[in-house]
Ligand binder design. Structure first.
Ligand SMILES: Nc1nc2c(ncn2[C@@H]2O[C@@H]3COP(=O)(O)O[C@H]4[C@@H](O)[C@H](n5cnc6c(=O)[nH]c(N)nc65)O[C@@H]4COP(=O)(O)O[C@H]3[C@H]2O)c(=O)[nH]1
Length: 946
């Protein structure tokens, strides 16, 4: 920048000085110079170059940055063209001007040369003419007489005006005759008075035979040249003819016709002898050439040629025009070049801009596609116009709101608001728009069809390069589904998905609330725990879909039985809990419960078949003063379990005893788990004997828990709990495997083919892998299937008869025997029994117990035996404690017997000894019998002989 400024300084100063110099130098020629075109053309060229230098310097000095940029913008070629053009124009101008000057100089010289030649020739002719005249007068009659003189001189003077006068002198230099141009002669013929020069000549006249030519002298103020011719006349006398040549006339006579624009002058010793034109205005004439001319005899004079400055101007036109033309052409060329350069640069810039635009367009298209592909509505509003009219909406906006873009553009988007749009959210949006900051709100908007949707709205101001807000972009996210989902989640969090009833959590809330109200208003509230009886097999065997239908129907029946304000909740599975928050009388609970039991027990018509269900209900009542009202749920649960134990399809009040029992159950359950893990169980075996032979035909495996503190615990105490807790599965698997293994060992004693009867729990039987686990136990132990007998209660088979029948068929196909345990206690229908693929039935101990004393038990036993006989089923009577019972059953055809009368359950080792003893006793008895028979035979033979 400094360099540019420096160069600018130098150019300005140098150019300025150059111009000043020439302006001052040309001052005296100013009128001509200012006329624009003169001999100073070449100087003007350099002046113009100086002006250019000044201008360029100013550009660089005033704005070196701009100048630099300007030069850069002009392009090198343009600048080169400019410089070249200026140099060429100035050079051309200079050369042409020089050439003009040279031509003019030459022209002037030529003119002068011709003029000089003419003068010399004229002078020579006049000399020759007068010489001839002089010669004529040297022959007789010699000197002319007056008349002849006059005639001849008149002729000369007339024809040659430059001959100012002719003089004829005699030998003594006396004037004989003379003749003058009429203008100069006052009197023709009269002797003139000789002027001083003539007199001088008379005195100085030297006799000479040669022609004398004087130098230019003044005669009467005129430049003249004297020609003197010696004449030899008769008698060798001498005479002189003297001719006065008017130099001006001579020159005039010699001058040829020059052009209007040139002029010639002749000076002799600063005296103007001749001028082809009057040079009144010296500034009109430009001196071309001035040179000396030497004429023989006459001497030298100064000849000058002049050119009319108008011609000079005319001549100057060409270089100037050329200069201007070249400059104009240069500027045009520069202009065109610059235009070309600019067009190329613009083209390049346009190309770049075009590329940029294309790229921007591409990006914009992608953005537009992206915006249009967005699932969120996008809307752009003009922030600079009042009321922020919408200028763009994407497809998602149209889809979400139902408004086509043409109905939206130009409007304020408040048309999306409706009656339930939250005023606070709208206010927040307005404030954000007014203060131009981002805002995010959720508000209820309305579609074109009037339906509402939840709009999660995000509005952001858009700034331009100056940071001013020009637009607002809003992104709309229809979160209706999300809201619905959240509501659903909230509902699900507090409700049961299948029935839509409140779940435990909501029930607990309501219970707490009801308890507080009950405490405040001193009334009572009740909680009912309802569990369906026998629902699980329905669900497992008929499918969950059908189970769900049953549950929904149960829900409906319960709901129908309740009053408004009362709550029924589903706690999962088939458990329903009911809250009666405001009891007028305690007895009201009973009426509700009885209504529920009746209603639930009604048949369920599903898929064109009737399903029957009952419910067990536990009840508890409180006055709202319970510290923890949720205890009521546990209490009702305990009571429900008690109702179950009491035979189901009934209800049971909660009592404090139940609480104690439950505590014990909890302790027992934990200990039972420890027992499973530490294998604290043993199997005792109770023999079953043939009713008539008394021989042991098999055993029933009966589990014992060898508690580390309490000793042996009866299965009656823990099997039910294990069933409830699911611990029965692990226990049952162990029992089955152990019983099979021990039976293999007992059979290996080779004292009989013993059958092992194993009690099967309901949960064990209903497991999907039950048959497989039985098969695996047999395979692992190697016990033949026909030596395993499974004892199932009537209840197990009744709960899901079809599944049970199917499973029993499979088991029997394996060769496994099936016995129905506790037969007679389960109210089995006989038609149903007929379909069961079983081998035996076991008469329950309760019938055997009083068979002797109670006719009804006896009748039942007889009925069972009769039925079994006709169904071709074996019968085992258990609980035989007395001889009477034994005898009665044997008498009525019971095949097999089991009871303390024969043997108590015993460990394996004891059993082995027992069996050994029994076998020996049997053998002994058999031998005795044989011996008796032999003895009797012998006696009979002896009697016969005698
Ligand atoms: N008063 C009296 N009782 C007699 C007499 N003869 C046998 N008993 C008892 O009657 C019960 C017969 O077994 P249960 O009816 O299947 O009834 C069994 C059975 O239902 C269940 N149980 C026993 N062991 C198992 C087992 O391993 N698995 C399963 N699931 N249940 C078992 O526990 C119940 C009770 O078993 P236990 O206490 O061993 O009681 C046994 C047995 O000791 C008698 O003459 N008089």
């Amino acid at each position: 920048m400094r360099l540019a400024k420096g160069i600018g300084y130098v150019l300005m100063i140098a150019g300025g000085l150059h111009v000043l110099y020439h302006v001052l130098d040309a001052w005296r020629w100013m009128p001509v110079s200012l006329s624009g075109l003169s001999i100073y053309s070449y100087q003007q060229a350099t002046v113009m170059a100086g002006v250019f230098a000044v201008l360029a310097g100013m550009v660089l000095w005033v704005n070196p940055q701009g100048g630099h940029a300007m030069f850069k913008r002009m392009g090198r070629f343009t600048l080169s063209v400019g410089v070249m053009g200026v140099v060429l124009a100035c050079s051309g101008w200079f050369l042409l001007a020089q050439q003009n000057l040279t031509t003019l100089d030459q022209h002037g010289k030529t003119l002068l040369h011709q003029f000089e030649s003419n003068i010399a020739q004229t002078l020579q002719e006049r000399l020759a003419l007068l010489q001839r005249q002089a010669e004529r007068w040297q022959v007789p009659p010699y000197l002319p007489n007056d008349r002849l003189w006059q005639r001849e001189t008149e002729s000369y003077l007339r024809d040659y005006p430059e001959l100012a006068s002719l003089w004829l002198f005699d030998e003594n230099r006396r004037l004989l005759r003379h003749a003058m141009q009429s203008a100069q002669t006052s009197t023709q013929g009269a002797m003139p008075v000789l002027n001083r020069a003539m007199l001088d000549w008379q005195h100085q006249l030297m006799p000479s035979s040669t022609i004398q030519v004087s130098s230019i002298t003044q005669a009467e103020g005129r430049p003249v040249v004297w020609l003197t011719f010696p004449l030899v006349v008769e008698d060798n006398h001498t005479a002189w003819l003297r001719a006065e040549l008017d130099v001006s006339a001579l020159l005039n006579r010699s001058a040829f016709q020059v052009t209007d624009d040139t002029s010639m002058q002749v000076h002799a010793e600063d005296q103007l002898l001749f001028s082809s034109r009057p040079l009144a205005d010296p500034q009109q004439w430009y001196p071309l050439v001035a040179q000396k001319a030497v004429l023989p005899h006459v001497g030298s004079w100064q000849m000058s040629s002049y050119l009319d400055t108008r011609e000079l101007k005319r001549l100057g036109m060409l270089p100037t025009l050329l200069w201007l033309t070249v400059l104009v052409f240069t500027f045009l060329l520069m202009g065109s070049q610059q235009l070309h350069h600019l067009s190329v640069r613009s083209g390049q810039r346009l190309s770049v801009k075009h590329d940029d635009l294309q790229e921007t367009l591409k990006v914009l298209r992608i953005l537009e596609r992206g915006v249009n592909a967005s699932i969120n509505g996008v809307m752009v509003a003009d922030a600079k116009q009042t009321d922020y009219p919408v200028i763009y909406v994407n497809k998602a906006f149209e889809r979400i709101t139902g408004y086509p873009s043409e109905e939206v553009l130009g409007r304020n988007c408040r048309f999306l608001q409706g009656p339930d749009t939250e005023a606070s959210a709208v206010h927040a949006v307005r404030e954000a728009l007014h203060d131009q900051y981002e805002v995010q709100v959720v508000l209820l908007n309305y579609r074109k069809d009037g339906t509402s949707f939840w709009n999660e709205l995000f509005i952001s101001p858009v700034l331009n390069e100056e940071g001013a807000v020009t637009h607002f972009v809003s992104i709309q996210h229809d979160i209706s589904a999300q809201r619905e989902y959240e509501a659903q989640l909230a509902f699900n969090a507090s409700h049961d998905a299948l029935t839509g009833l409140p779940n435990r959590s909501l029930f607990e809330d309501r219970l707490k609330q009801a308890s507080r109200i009950a405490g405040r208003y001193e009334h009572k509230l009740a909680v009912l725990f309802l569990d369906l009886d026998g629902f699980k097999p329905i669900n497992d065997n008929l499918g969950h879909q059908l189970g769900d239908q049953v549950l929904n129907e149960v829900t409906q029946r319960i709901t129908d039985a309740l009053r408004p304000g009362e709550t029924v909740a589903r706690f999962g599975g088939d458990e329903f809990v009911i809250l009666l928050p405001e009891l007028a009388y305690e007895e009201d609970v009973i009426s509700v419960v009885e209504q529920l039991l009746v209603s639930i027990a009604l048949p369920y018509r599903i898929d064109e078949s009737d399903i029957r269900l009952t419910a067990s209900i536990g009840l508890t009542i409180a006055d709202g003063l319970l510290e923890n009202p949720l205890e009521m749920i546990q209490q009702a649960d305990l009571a429900m379990c008690q109702a179950k134990r009491q035979g189901r399809n009934t209800y049971q009040w909660f009592t404090c005893d139940l609480n104690t029992q439950e505590s014990q159950r909890v302790v027992l359950r934990n200990e039972l788990q420890t027992a499973i893990e530490k294998q604290q169980f043993e199997l005792f075996y109770q023999p079953q004997v043939h009713a008539f032979s008394g021989q042991v035909i098999g055993f029933e495996a009966l589990i014992r828990w060898k508690h580390p503190q309490r000793g042996y615990i009866s299965p009656v105490e823990f099997i039910g709990l294990a069933e409830d807790t699911g611990q029965i599965i692990a226990i049952s698997d162990w029992v089955l495997a152990t019983a099979c293994r021990d039976n293999v060992r007992l059979n290996s004693m080779q004292i009989g083919a013993f059958t092992m009867a194993v009690n099967i729990s309901p949960m064990q039987f209903q497991r999907g892998n039950f048959i497989r686990s039985v098969r695996e136990s047999l395979e692992r132990t190697g016990l033949p299937a026909n030596l395993l007998e499974l004892e199932l209660t009537e209840g197990i088979l009744m709960e899901n008869a079809e599944h049970a029948i199917d499973a029993l068929h499979k088991l029997r196909r394996e060769g496994i025997r099936i016995a129905i345990d506790d037969f007679g206690t389960g109210f089995s229908s006989l038609s149903y029994l007929k379909r069961l693929p079983i081998d035996k039935i076991k008469i329950d101990r309760s019938f055997v117990n009083d068979v002797i004393s109670d006719q009804r038990d006896a009748a039942i036993i007889q009925g069972i035996l009769s039925m079994a006989y006709h169904l071709q089923l074996g019968v085992v009577a258990e609980g035989i404690e007395t001889q009477g019972q034994y005898a009665y059953l044997r008498k009525h055809g019971c095949n097999w017997l089991q009871g303390y009368y024969f043997a108590r359950p015993m460990p394996l080792a004891t059993l082995e000894i027992y069996l050994e003893e029994q076998h020996q006793a049997y053998q002994l008895n058999l031998a005795r019998q044989r011996s008796d028979e032999t003895e009797q035979t012998l006696m009979r033979g002896h009697e016969a002989d005698t």
